[in-house]
Design a protein around this ligand. Sequence first.
Ligand SMILES: *[C@@H]1O[C@H](CO)[C@@H](O)[C@H](O)[C@H]1NC(C)=O
Ligand SMILES: *[C@@H]1O[C@H](CO)[C@@H](O)[C@H](O)[C@H]1NC(C)=O
Ligand SMILES: *[C@@H]1O[C@H](CO)[C@@H](O)[C@H](O)[C@H]1NC(C)=O
Ligand SMILES: *[C@@H]1O[C@H](CO)[C@@H](O)[C@H](O)[C@H]1NC(C)=O
Ligand SMILES: *[C@@H]1O[C@H](CO)[C@@H](O)[C@H](O)[C@H]1NC(C)=O
Ligand SMILES: *[C@@H]1O[C@H](CO)[C@@H](O)[C@H](O)[C@H]1NC(C)=O
Ligand SMILES: *[C@@H]1O[C@H](CO)[C@@H](O)[C@H](O)[C@H]1NC(C)=O
Ligand SMILES: *[C@@H]1O[C@H](CO)[C@@H](O)[C@H](O)[C@H]1NC(C)=O
Ligand SMILES: *[C@@H]1O[C@H](CO)[C@@H](O)[C@H](O)[C@H]1NC(C)=O
Ligand SMILES: *[C@@H]1O[C@H](CO)[C@@H](O)[C@H](O)[C@H]1NC(C)=O
Ligand SMILES: *[C@@H]1O[C@H](CO)[C@@H](O)[C@H](O)[C@H]1NC(C)=O
Ligand SMILES: *[C@@H]1O[C@H](CO)[C@@H](O)[C@H](O)[C@H]1NC(C)=O
Ligand SMILES: [Cu+2]
Length: 559
Amino acid sequence: MENWVRVLLLVVCLFPAMVECRVRNYTFHVVMKNTTRLCSSKPIVTVNRRFPGPTLYAREDDNVLVKVTNHVKYNVTIHWHGIRQLRTGWSDGPAYITQCPIQPGQSYTYNFTVTGQRGTLLWHAHISWLRATLHGGIVILPKRGVPYPFPKPDEEVVVILGEWWKSDTEVVINQATQSGVAPNVSDAHTINGHPGPLSPCSSQGGGFKLQVESGKTYMLRIINAALNEELFFKVAGHNLTVVEVDATYTKPFTTDTLLITPGQTTNALLTADRGSGKYLVAASPFMDSIVAVDNMTATATVHYSGTLSSTTTTITQPPPQNATPIANKFINSLLSLNSKLYPAKVPLTVDHNLLFTVGLGVNPCATCVNGSKVVAAINNVSFVMPTFSLLQAHYFNISGIFTTDFPGNPPIIFNYSGNPPGTSPANMNTMNGTRLYRLPYNATVELVLQDTGIIAPENHPIHLHGFNFFQVGRGLGNFNPNKDPKNFNLVDPVERNTIGVPSGGWTAIRFTADNPGVWFLHCHLEVHTTWGLKMAFLVDNGKGPNESLLPPPSDLPTC
Ligand SMILES: *[C@@H]1O[C@H](CO)[C@@H](O)[C@H](O)[C@H]1NC(C)=O
Ligand SMILES: *[C@@H]1O[C@H](CO)[C@@H](O)[C@H](O)[C@H]1NC(C)=O
Ligand SMILES: *[C@@H]1O[C@H](CO)[C@@H](O)[C@H](O)[C@H]1NC(C)=O
Ligand SMILES: *[C@@H]1O[C@H](CO)[C@@H](O)[C@H](O)[C@H]1NC(C)=O
Ligand SMILES: *[C@@H]1O[C@H](CO)[C@@H](O)[C@H](O)[C@H]1NC(C)=O
Ligand SMILES: *[C@@H]1O[C@H](CO)[C@@H](O)[C@H](O)[C@H]1NC(C)=O
Ligand SMILES: *[C@@H]1O[C@H](CO)[C@@H](O)[C@H](O)[C@H]1NC(C)=O
Ligand SMILES: *[C@@H]1O[C@H](CO)[C@@H](O)[C@H](O)[C@H]1NC(C)=O
Ligand SMILES: *[C@@H]1O[C@H](CO)[C@@H](O)[C@H](O)[C@H]1NC(C)=O
Ligand SMILES: *[C@@H]1O[C@H](CO)[C@@H](O)[C@H](O)[C@H]1NC(C)=O
Ligand SMILES: *[C@@H]1O[C@H](CO)[C@@H](O)[C@H](O)[C@H]1NC(C)=O
Ligand SMILES: *[C@@H]1O[C@H](CO)[C@@H](O)[C@H](O)[C@H]1NC(C)=O
Ligand SMILES: [Cu+2]
C-alpha cells in the first residue's frame, strides 16, 4: 500500500463515525490478578485484569492489531483460534511452532486480517497450561450492510465455558509431567468465569445472569475455553437454534442440548418465549470412556424481566456424562448452510490421502512414579517441542530443527479401536520426534483421524491451525478405505476448525492447503497436547507474492 494511503487510513480511523474504520487496534497487558472462586483466593494470569479476558470485535475484512505486553513471570503467546491467518502465520501464536514466546517484559504486536469468516471464535494463550485463565471471545461481524442468513436477533451475548482449578494450573501440569501420571482434574466448570448458583460455594452474586425480555430473541455466542473437557450445554425450558459453528454458517436446527468441545464455538438463538421466570443454564462434561473427569456442573440463570426475586429457578437435568447418543444426535445434525452466498467448497479430488491414528501410549521414564510415563501420539510419533520456532526455522532455512518425514499412515496396522477388548498392541511405547508433513501449495488433503484404544479409547477434539476443513465422514471401529468413502457427504458437510474424533472411531476431513506456512494440528484437550498428541504441516509457497508467506514482522520474538 502507498504510504500516503496508509497515513490517510490511520488519520481517518481516529474518526470512525465518519467512515468505516478498517483497523481494530487492541492493547493486551498480561498481568496477575487475585481472584476468588470456590471460596478460595489465588493469583491468576489475566489479560487486562479480566477473567474471562476482553472480547475482540472485528468486521470481516478488518485488519486487527493486538499489542501484547507480558508483565508476568511466565513466557506467553496468544493464539487467535480459528482465524485463518492467510499468509500471516507469524501472528498465529502457538509457542515454538510459529513464534518464540513473548518473554517477561517483552511486547509483540499480532497483525492479521479477517478474510472470508464471520461468527464467533476465541483467543487463548498457546503455551503450557496458561490458557486456563488467558482466554476470551472473538466476534466477527459480517461486512457492513450484509445481513445474517437468519432472522436478526434482538441481542447478542458472549457465553464462555471454562474450567477452574483451586491450585495453580502451572503447578498441576508440572507435577503431572514429573510423576508421569495424569494431571488432577479441575475442581469446577464455569460459565463466564463463575461456577454458578448451584455451586457448593456460590459467590459473586450467584454467577452469570442473562437478563431477558419476553418475546425477544438472543444470540448466544458460546465458546468452550475449557482445558480438558467437552461440555454439554442446556437451558431449562428452552430450545436452542444452532446457526453457526467455528465462524461458518450452518443449516439452522433446533435442539435442547448442545455439545461443544474445547476450541469449538457455537452460535445459537434462544427465544425468550416463556413470559416470566428464572431458568437454569447448565454446562456439564461429556466423557464416554473410563477417563476421570471433573463431574461438577456449571450453572447460570436466564432471568426474565419483571420476575420476582423470590421466584424459584426452573432447573434442568444435565445429560449423563457418557451420553453418547445425545452427543451423536447433535453432531449428526450439523451441516453447512451451503447457500449461493455461502457455498461449501468441499475438495472433490484428493492429492494427499492421510490416515492419522490419535491416542495414548506409555514410555519408560526412570524418574517417574512407576518407572514409566503416559504419553500420546499421532501415527505413533510423540511430538517433541523444539526450542526454536518452526516457522522461523523454515523461513530462514535453519536446518536441524525439524524433519519433513512425518508418516502419512500408521507404521503398524492393528485393530485401532481396541474393540473387542484385549486386541490393542501389548507394546504401548511410542517414537518421538519433531516431524512435519510437507504439502505443496493448494494441495487437497483427505485426513482420516482414527482413535486408538491403547490404554483406553477416548474422544479427541482435533484442531487444525491455518485452515477450515469439512467433516466428510465419521464412524466407529477401523476406517475402511474401500467401503466408508462411499458414504461421504461431499455436498454440505459441516465446515469447522476443531472436530471430535469419536471414542473408538474415526472422522474424515478434507481441506485445501491454500495457506503457506507451518500449521499446528493437535488435540485440544490440553493434557493430550502436553503428552505429545500434536504435529505440524509445512505448506510451501505457491507462485508469486500472493501465494507466499509474508516476511516476519520486525518485533517477532526470538529464542
Ligand atoms: C494503536 O494504538 C496504539 C496505542 O493506542 C498507538 O500507539 C498506535 O499508533 C495505534 N496503531 C494504529 C495502526 O492505529
Ligand atoms: C494478591 O494477594 C496477596 C496476598 O494478599 C498479595 O501479597 C499480592 O500482592 C496480591 N497480588 C496481586 C497481583 O494483587
Ligand atoms: C500489518 O501487516 C501488514 C502486512 O500484512 C502491513 O502492511 C502493515 O503495515 C502491518 N501493520 C502494522 C501496524 O504493523
Ligand atoms: C493433585 O491431587 C493430589 C491428590 O489429591 C494432591 O495430593 C496434589 O496436591 C494435587 N496437586 C495439585 C497441584 O493440586
Ligand atoms: C423443543 O423442541 C422439541 C422438538 O421440536 C419439542 O418437543 C419440545 O417441546 C421443545 N421444547 C421447548 C421447551 O420448547
Ligand atoms: C463426582 O465424582 C466424585 C469423585 O469421583 C464422586 O464422589 C461424586 O459422587 C460425583 N458426583 C456426581 C454428581 O456424580
Ligand atoms: C503404579 O503401578 C501400580 C501397580 O501396577 C498401580 O497400582 C498404580 O496405580 C501405578 N501408579 C501410577 C501412579 O501409575
Ligand atoms: C531459503 O531457501 C530458499 C530455497 O533455497 C531460498 O529461495 C530463500 O531465499 C532462502 N531464504 C532465506 C531467508 O535465506
Ligand atoms: C511405536 O513405536 C515403538 C518404538 O519404535 C514401537 O516399539 C511400537 O511397536 C510402535 N507401536 C505402534 C502401534 O506402531
Ligand atoms: C526421545 O526418544 C529417545 C530414545 O528413546 C530418548 O532418549 C529421548 O529422551 C526422547 N526425547 C523426549 C523429548 O522424550
Ligand atoms: C487451487 O486449486 C483449486 C482447485 O482445488 C483451483 O481452482 C485453483 O485455481 C488453484 N489455485 C491456484 C493458485 O493454484
Ligand atoms: C522462555 O522462553 C525462552 C526462549 O525460548 C527460554 O529460553 C526460556 O527458558 C523460557 N522461560 C521459561 C520460564 O520457560
Ligand atoms: Cu485428545
